[in-house]
Design a binder for this molecule. Structure first.
Ligand SMILES: Cc1cc2nc3c(=O)[nH]c(=O)nc-3n(C[C@H](O)[C@H](O)[C@H](O)COP(=O)(O)O)c2cc1C
Length: 204
């Protein structure tokens, strides 16, 4: 009887940790503690994709926060971002990564802003040393694609291995569509994302 209870407990334990926030067991090709997922997200579309990546491959999820957050107003934010890009201004970050050395793989998630990588991601890429790491960009946009953001990752991260990025349509804040990656769209993105993770060999 005792043996039966133990077997039942083991089966329950193994099935309950394969869902929720851990990667589905056995599919990730990398140890959990070696993966960092850093993302910038204003209206949560990129955040949802970052969480999906974490659920598939594991790793530490870190939202990028600024010392001086952008305005709530969309148009004011666009104006500020255009200026920052013109001046090549790197906004100071509140987020600090304690020990970047311990990560072998860094996923970098960001929305397209001004058809570029957002200034805070430029700050992040300029601030840390990614030498020898595998860097994997991912992106959401409002229908115009990733712009030149993936090229910028390559320029700012010269001594690292950069894998093919993932880009998918998210919200259209300009038209009042904030979080779009939900319900049936979320399922679609989940499928696209899983295919991409298989292609870049991050899952089996
Ligand atoms: C300041 C700003 C600039 C943007 N510029 C673009 C752009 O140039 N092209 C585009 O397709 N979407 C653009 N967008 C829309 C976002 O890329 C899109 O809504 C994305 O899914 C938002 O991601 P988030 O929900 O993680 O913040 C812009 C949004 C903001 C706030």
């Amino acid at each position: 009887m005792k043996l039966l209870i133990m077997i039942a407990a083991m089966i329950f334990a193994s099935s309950s940790c394969s869902d929720a926030q851990r990667p589905s067991s056995g599919t990730s090709t990398m140890p959990d503690e070696k993966i960092l997922i850093v993302y910038l997200s204003r209206t949560n579309n990129t955040k949802v994709v970052a969480e999906m990546i974490r659920d598939n491959v594991g790793g530490t999820l870190v939202p990028l926060e600024l010392e001086n957050p952008y305005p709530e107003n969309y148009e004011a934010t666009v104006k500020q971002v255009v200026k920052e890009n013109e001046k090549e201004f790197l906004p100071p970050l509140k987020t600090k990564i304690d020990d970047i050395k311990k990560y072998d793989v860094v996923f970098l998630g960001f929305p397209t802003w001004d058809m570029q990588i957002p200034p805070p991601m430029k700050s992040f890429l300029s601030q840390y040393n990614f030498k020898g790491k595998t860097v994997i960009p991912f992106n959401t946009h409002a229908g115009y694609g990733a712009g030149n953001s993936f090229q910028t990752v390559r320029q700012l991260c010269r001594e690292c291995k950069i894998l093919d990025g993932f880009s998918t349509e998210g919200g259209i804040e300009k038209e009042g569509v904030l979080l779009a990656i939900k319900d049936s769209r979320k399922k679609e993105v989940q499928t696209e994302l899983k295919n991409w993770l298989r292609k870049i060999k991050m899952v089996e």
